[in-house]
Design a protein around this ligand. Structure first.
Ligand SMILES: *Cc1c(COP(=O)(O)O)cnc(C)c1O
Length: 408
């Protein structure tokens, strides 16, 4: 008899976006022709920049000629891309990584979801709350989260991030083995400065905790005091793995390219106390289960680091961040309490007193015809908050803020 991995049966349904779609559809059915503005989009909306498209066209052309055709690429990425990453994302900030510490992949979601294969079954996982659900669900599928009871997994350690603590997680009192961090944060749009991140890194070094640092939104940082990589903090290369992506940086959500950094110094213990490099384990894992990102896509990703590419991408991000500013400042002017949105494309607002996240969702949908995302969908500490995103057009963003001003 074939038996299934029963951990899957413990997962709650992917309730959040399905429930949003259901409520929107119901409202549209009873109000045909209503013009809704979506500020719930968690995906980029502007096209790939010309430098990327040109590089991809050229690479596709190469694939059609005998003398430039390429089959399987190197397991961990082509050298033109790995070297561009090392030079532009790290050496430019004084971080020296080895060539074989970079692993090019088809997505940060895959990498943050797959990395838990390196952990023992009984690893204690800590996450910030609210949270990007992949960290939680991937560990739940592997049986590390325990049981899902009243909206929480009973073996996970939740570190609340809320207005009271300035969205900076307090270090857990109980022992944990792995901590997932995402800064700039999805969903709150908040950041950690050097001192705040250093405190967490120092704690991790002292307690032999592995940090999985998701830097998917680093390209949106404009404030000067914000680290773009966890390796800007001394000693982090002993305890941190960093996941990066071209998705939000350069519009690659539909094109797929990312990379993860696994320094040689990061080690984990066997039950008998032997220390093993996670780099060697991840190499083994990737060469066994992954066959690389397509050549044209890696050429496109490398063009992100060309002089034209850098300028073009900066302009796209500036457009999103203009939307972010319009939402943030508009809502503040109206009288809402607003967080994030300065170094991230997400604005995290407090819902008015006496309402919960879903009540406010319904109110905005029906009275302002604006769709956002209820904070409670990202974890228990998201209750009482609401997420708006900067990924719509300028016109729609301005119009949405006007509607909230009139009817919000
Ligand atoms: C969008 C996003 C990613 C990027 O995932 P890809 O698979 O590279 O597209 C990673 N982490 C977070 C928190 C995100 O919001």
């Amino acid at each position: 008899m074939f038996h299934i991995n029963e951990n899957f049966t413990k997962l709650p349904g992917s309730y959040l976006f399905a429930e949003i779609a259901r409520r929107v559809k119901e409202y549209q059915t009873s109000n045909p022709g209503v013009d809704l503005i979506r500020l719930g989009i968690g995906d980029v909306t502007k096209p790939l920049v010309p430098a990327v498209i040109k590089a991809m066209h050229e690479a596709v052309e190469e694939m059609g000629h005998q003398d430039t055709f390429r089959g399987y690429g190197p397991d961990y990425g082509y050298d033109f891309l790995v070297n561009a990453i090392l030079k532009n994302d790290y050496e430019s900030r004084g971080i020296h990584l080895a060539y074989d510490e970079i692993f090019v992949s088809d997505g940060a979601k895959c990498d943050v979801g797959n990395i838990q294969e390196l952990f023992s079954e009984d690893t204690i996982i800590a996450v910030t709350d609210p949270v990007y659900p992949v960290y939680v669900d991937s560990n739940a599928m592997a049986g590390r989260a325990g049981q899902y009871i009243n909206g929480k997994w009973d073996r996970l350690v939740y570190l609340p991030c809320n207005a009271e603590n300035g969205f900076v997680p307090e270090l857990p009192a109980q022992p944990v083995d792995v901590l997932y961090l995402c800064y700039p944060n999805n969903p709150t749009g908040t950041v950690l400065n050097y001192a705040q991140l250093k405190k967490i890194v120092d704690w991790a070094i002292q307690n032999h905790v592995l940090i999985i640092f998701d830097a998917a939104y680093k390209a949106y940082v404009t404030s000067e005091y914000i680290p773009l990589s966890i390796y800007e903090i001394e000693g982090a290369d002993q305890i941190a793995i960093e996941c990066n992506s071209f998705s939000k940086t350069a519009g690659f959500t539909g094109t797929r390219c990312a990379y993860t950094v696994v320094p040689h110094a990061v080690k984990g213990a066997t039950k008998s106390g032997k220390m093993v490099e996670l780099n060697a384990m991840w190499k083994r894992r990737m060469s066994t289960k992954f066959n690389g990102v397509s050549y044209p896509v890696q050429r496109g990703a490398a063009a992100v680091y060309s002089d034209e590419g850098k300028i073009q991408i900066r302009n796209v991000i500036a457009e999103y961040m203009q939307n972010s500013k319009i939402i943030r400042e508009g809502l503040e002017e109206i009288g809402y309490t607003v967080y994030g949105g300065k170094d991230a494309p997400y604005i995290w607002m407090k819902v008015p007193d006496g309402q919960d996240s879903w009540t406010f969702f319904d109110h905005l949908l029906k009275d302002a015809n604006v769709i956002g995302t209820p904070g409670s969908g990202f974890g228990p500490s998201g209750e009482g908050y609401f997420r708006l995103t900067a990924f719509n057009t300028l016109e729609a963003t301005i119009e949405a803020v006007e509607r909230i001003r009139k009817n919000g």
